[in-house]
Design a binder for this molecule. Structure first.
Ligand code: 6GU
Length: 231
């Protein structure tokens, strides 16, 4: 998979690239590249944003700046680029990221992520230069960079080989393998600690019963009252 992230802070992604599963995915042939809006701005003094028409607080990322960066990267009219490549803008109001959307993105061979800053994008970026918008939750971040990393994290770990264990990403929380339910609980050694013991079935070596027990726990957690995080 080839991912391009458009950002004003490309160096933020240096740390991200060093994380094990990301490094694994990159070593296995995936690519994660950053494009700096500022390096391609047609405006003077590295300007990339401007005050909103109609007034109001904050700054808005300009449409001509985003267009210039896309054009420089893809050597084509960005309006045509989004026809052949998924171009996602990270916005607080976008489609909520979940496991199904992550799988959908992981199936793309090429993906472009546009990070906004400040008050976000000029609306014409969203209307004409991108294919869709994704949000990682209903709260506002100072910019799309952390959201882009969240998207890359969950997408890259779905690619074959990224986790080392082929099974690890298959039967995990919210996956189709668990019917979208949270994952069952895990335990490891010691089997007994301060009187807190591991369920007997897991020590039984009886694989069919273990599978059944795990499916039941997973289903329980999917019920409104079953989640450990719910009151
Ligand atoms: Cl994608 N961007 C920003 N700026 N804030 C967010 C977000 C994205 N998702 C949740 N909050």
């Amino acid at each position: 998979m080839q991912i391009d992230v458009f950002t004003l802070f490309p160096h933020w992604f240096d740390w991200f690239r060093g994380q094990r599963h990301v490094a694994n995915a990159l070593a296995l042939g995936s690519e994660l590249e950053c494009v700096d809006y500022r390096a391609h701005t047609p405006l003077s003094a590295g300007q990339v944003d401007d005050t909103p028409f109609g007034g109001g607080a904050g700054m808005v990322l300009r449409v001509d700046v985003v267009e210039a960066a896309l054009r420089a990267r893809y050597d084509d009219d960005p309006v045509a680029v989004r026809e052949r490549r998924r171009v996602v803008a990270l916005t607080p109001g976008g489609r909520m990221l979940d496991d199904a959307l992550a799988s959908e993105l992981a199936a793309e061979e090429e993906l472009t992520l546009l990070c906004g800053r400040y008050e976000g994008f000029d609306e014409r970026v969203l209307e004409h230069l991108c294919s869709d918008q994704i949000s990682i939750g209903r709260y506002v971040l100072a910019g799309g960079e952390l959201a882009a990393m969240v998207v890359c994290d969950t997408v890259l770990r779905k690619l074959p080989g990224a986790l080392g264990h082929e099974e690890s990403a298959h039967e995990e929380s919210f996956s189709a393998a668990l019917d979208g339910a949270p994952e069952y609980p895990h335990y490891t050694r010691p089997a007994e600690w301060r009187g807190w013991s591991v369920p007997d079935v897991l020590l039984s070596g009886h694989h069919a019963r273990i599978r059944e027990w795990r499916a039941e726990r997973s289903r329980e957690r999917a019920e409104p009252s079953g989640g450990a995080s719910l009151p």
